[in-house]
Design a protein around this ligand. Structure first.
Ligand SMILES: Cc1cc2nc3c(=O)[nH]c(=O)nc-3n(C[C@H](O)[C@H](O)[C@H](O)COP(=O)(O)O)c2cc1C
Ligand code: SF4
Length: 527
C-alpha cells in the first residue's frame, strides 16, 4: 500500500501538462458561474494543456478566478465569464488579450501571505485524492505511523507552540497530552467545523479546497491521543464542504488511510460526518457534543472538560478545522520550523476572512504578529472612498480595534489587550460612515438571537442590552441607559454559563472604550 500511494503521487505529477489552468471551484466562484467557466475552459484544451478544478484562490472579491501556469508565465484572470474561455487560453499562451482583467500576482495581497493551512488551496483538486498525494499528501501520516511513538507526536506538537484556532487559543499539545493520559479505552476526536461567526468562512474554504489535509491532521491527532473513532461536525449551510468531505472520506477509506490497519499498521480510525443545523451555539464544544449525541445543542457547565468527559462521557479531543490543518505541516517540516514563525506566544500563521469596507476581500494567511495595518491597508488595499474607522475581529465574541491602533500586531495577547480577541478569524473593516453603536447593536442582536436560553443572564440580559442599544441608535436613550448598559455588560459577562453569553458584551465594551462619544450622542439627542 505504501508503495502504491507514492506511485500514485508520482504518476499524477508525471501526467501534468505543460499549461495548467487552475479554475476556482470554491463556493464564491461557483456562485458566479465558476462551473460553466471550468467546462468552457475544458472545451478549449489540447494535448499540452489541462484544466484543474481547484479550491479557493483567495481573492474572492474578484471571482470567478482562473490562474494559468505555463511556458508563457503565470497569470491571474479575474471576473472571467464562460464566454471568455478561448481568450483566457490564448492569453495563457502569451498572446495579448486586452479584453481580460489581469490580476497582479505581485500585489501585497499575495506576496505578504505565508501559506501553511492554505498552501494546498487553489493548488489541489479537492475531489481527487491523487492531486493531494502528488503534493506530498499523507506522507506525514505514513512517516509518523511507522517511525514515531504517539508521545513523540504530542511532544512535537507541544514544541511547535500551536494554539487552537477555534477562538480561545488553548495550547494544542497540552490538550492532546490530557487526552493521551486518560486511561479509558474508548476515546473520540471531533473536528469542529461549525463556524458560525458572521463574516467568517476560513474553515469552509479549507474544507472545500483541501479536505484531505484536515483528514490527515485528524488521523495524526487520533494516533497521538489514542482515539479510534471521530466525527467531523459541519454546518448544513456548507453543502459543498459536506459533499467534498464525503468524497474525501470515501477516497481515504479506499486507499487504506482510514478504517482498519491504516497504512499496514495496527492503527484504526473510523471517521464520520455529522451535519449541524446552523445554530451558532453548537460551535461551543459541549453543545456540539450534545448535538452529535442526538440531543438539543445546549452547553453544559465545565468542568468536566471534554478531554475528561466528552462524547458519550468518554474522553474527547475537540479541535478546530484550521488547528487540524496545521498538523501535517508541523509533522513533516518539524516543530522548530513552525515555532520560528510568529510571535513569542503565538506561533505559526492565522487565516483571516477579510471583509467589509476594504478593496480586496477574501482569505489571507499571515504570520502571527503581522500588523492589522499590513492586513487591511497593504493587503486589503484600504477602504475605498473613506478612511478606515475600525476593524472588528473575533465576531460576536470580539471587539472593534480603532484605526489609531492599526499597528497592533495580530496575536492572541495583543488583541486581548485592546479588548478584542483573535477569535476564529473574521476580520471586518469599517469606515467613517459606520456608526459604532450600530455595530455594537448588530453583534448583540446576533448573540441575543443565537442564545440557547438555558441560563437567565444571557437569555434575558442580551435582550435588555439590545433594547438599550436600539434606543441609543435611535437617539432616544436616557442618561441612566448608558449606566444600565455598562452594568448589564458586567453581569452578563460574569454570570453566563458559556462563552456565548460570557463574551456577548465584548463588542459593546470595546466600542464604549474607544467610541464613547458616539454612545453619548445617542443620549444627548434623546427626547
Ligand atoms: C458560542 C461559541 C461558538 C463557538 N464556535 C466555534 C466554531 O464554530 N468553531 C470552533 O472551532 N470553535 C468554536 N468555539 C470554540 C469551541 O468551544 C472549542 O474551544 C474549539 O473548537 C476548540 O478547538 P481548538 O482548541 O482547536 O481551538 C465556540 C465557542 C463558543 C463559546
Ligand atoms: S450563556 Fe447563553 S448560549 Fe450559553 S448556555 Fe447560557 S443561554 Fe445558552
Amino acid at each position: 500500500m505504501l508503495k502504491e500511494l507514492s506511485e500514485i503521487g508520482q504518476a499524477e505529477q508525471a501526467r501534468r501538462k505543460p499549461l495548467q489552468l487552475r479554475c476556482c471551484q470554491a463556493a464564491g466562484c461557483l456562485s458566479a458561474h465558476g462551473e460553466e467557466l471550468a467546462s468552457a475552459l475544458e472545451s478549449q484544451m489540447d494535448d499540452h494543456s489541462e484544466v484543474l478544478r481547484v479550491g479557493c484562490l483567495g481573492l474572492c472579491s474578484q471571482g470567478p478566478l482562473v490562474c494559468a501556469d505555463g511556458p508563457a508565465g503565470s497569470f491571474l484572470f479575474e471576473k472571467v465569464k464562460p464566454d471568455q474561455a478561448a481568450e483566457v487560453v490564448a492569453a495563457a499562451r502569451g498572446q495579448q488579450r486586452p479584453g481580460l482583467q489581469l490580476g497582479d500576482l505581485s500585489h501585497p495581497f499575495f506576496v505578504r501571505q505565508h501559506k501553511i493551512v492554505l498552501e494546498g488551496s487553489g493548488q489541489v483538486e479537492p475531489e481527487r485524492i491523487e492531486s493531494y498525494l502528488a503534493r506530498g499528501g499523507y506522507q506525514a501520516l505514513q512517516r509518523v505511523l511507522h517511525e514515531l511513538k504517539p508521545a513523540e507526536v504530542i511532544e512535537a506538537v507541544t514544541r511547535s507552540g500551536l494554539r487552537g484556532r477555534g477562538g480561545a487559543g488553548y495550547p494544542t499539545g497540552l490538550k492532546w497530552s490530557l487526552l493521551a493520559k486518560a486511561s479509558q479505552p474508548q476515546k473520540y476526536l471531533i473536528c469542529n467545523g461549525d463556524e458560525g461567526d458572521p463574516g467568517a468562512f476560513m474553515d469552509r474554504s479549507v474544507l472545500e479546497s483541501d479536505p484531505h489535509r484536515v483528514l490527515e491532521g485528524m488521523a495524526l491527532a487520533a494516533y497521538a491521543v489514542g482515539a479510534n473513532r471521530g466525527y467531523l461536525y459541519v454546518r448544513g449551510e456548507y453543502p459543498l464542504a459536506i459533499r467534498r468531505l464525503q468524497i474525501a472520506l470515501k477516497q481515504a477509506k479506499k486507499y487504506g488511510l482510514l478504517g482498519s490497519a491504516i497504512l499496514d499498521t495496527n492503527f484504526n480510525l473510523q471517521l464520520e460526518l455529522r451535519i449541524g443545523a446552523g445554530a451558532y451555539v453548537c460551535g461551543e464544544e459541549t453543545a456540539l457534543i450534545a448535538s452529535i449525541e442526538g440531543k438539543r445543542g445546549m452547553p453544559r457547565p465545565r468542568p468536566p472538560y471534554p478531554p475528561e468527559k466528552g462524547l458519550w462521557d468518554c474522553p474527547t479531543l475537540i479541535n478546530n478545522v484550521e488547528t487540524f490543518a496545521n498538523i501535517p505541516a508541523i509533522l513533516s517540516r518539524g516543530a522548530d520550523w513552525f515555532a520560528s514563525i510568529g510571535t513569542e506566544r503565538s506561533k505559526g500563521t492565522k487565516v483571516f476572512a477579510l471583509a467589509g469596507k476594504v478593496l480586496n476581500t477574501g482569505l489571507v494567511e499571515v504570520p502571527m504578529g503581522t500588523s492589522l495595518r499590513t492586513i487591511v491597508e497593504e493587503m486589503g488595499g484600504g477602504s475605498p472612498g473613506r478612511s478606515i474607522k475600525a476593524v472588528q475581529t473575533g465576531g460576536p465574541s470580539g471587539g472593534c480595534v480603532p484605526a489609531a491602533e492599526l499597528d497592533t500586531p495580530v496575536d492572541f495577547e495583543a488583541l486581548q489587550k485592546l479588548g478584542s480577541i483573535m477569535g476564529s478569524g473574521g476580520m471586518i473593516v469599517m469606515d467613517q460612515a459606520d456608526r459604532m453603536v450600530d455595530v455594537a447593536r448588530y453583534f448583540v442582536q446576533f448573540s441575543m438571537e443565537e442564545s440557547c436560553g438555558k441560563c437567565v443572564p444571557c437569555r434575558a440580559g442580551t435582550v435588555q442590552m439590545h433594547r438599550i442599544l436600539t434606543r441609543l441608535c435611535d437617539g432616544q436613550a436616557s442618561p441612566a441607559d448608558l449606566e444600565q448598559l455598562e452594568a448589564l455588560c458586567d453581569m452578563v459577562g460574569a454570570t453566563s454559563l458559556c462563552g456565548l453569553g460570557q463574551n456577548a458584551p465584548n463588542p459593546v465594551i470595546s466600542t464604549l472604550r474607544f467610541f464613547r462619544h458616539e454612545f453619548e450622542n445617542g443620549v444627548k439627542h434623546g427626547s
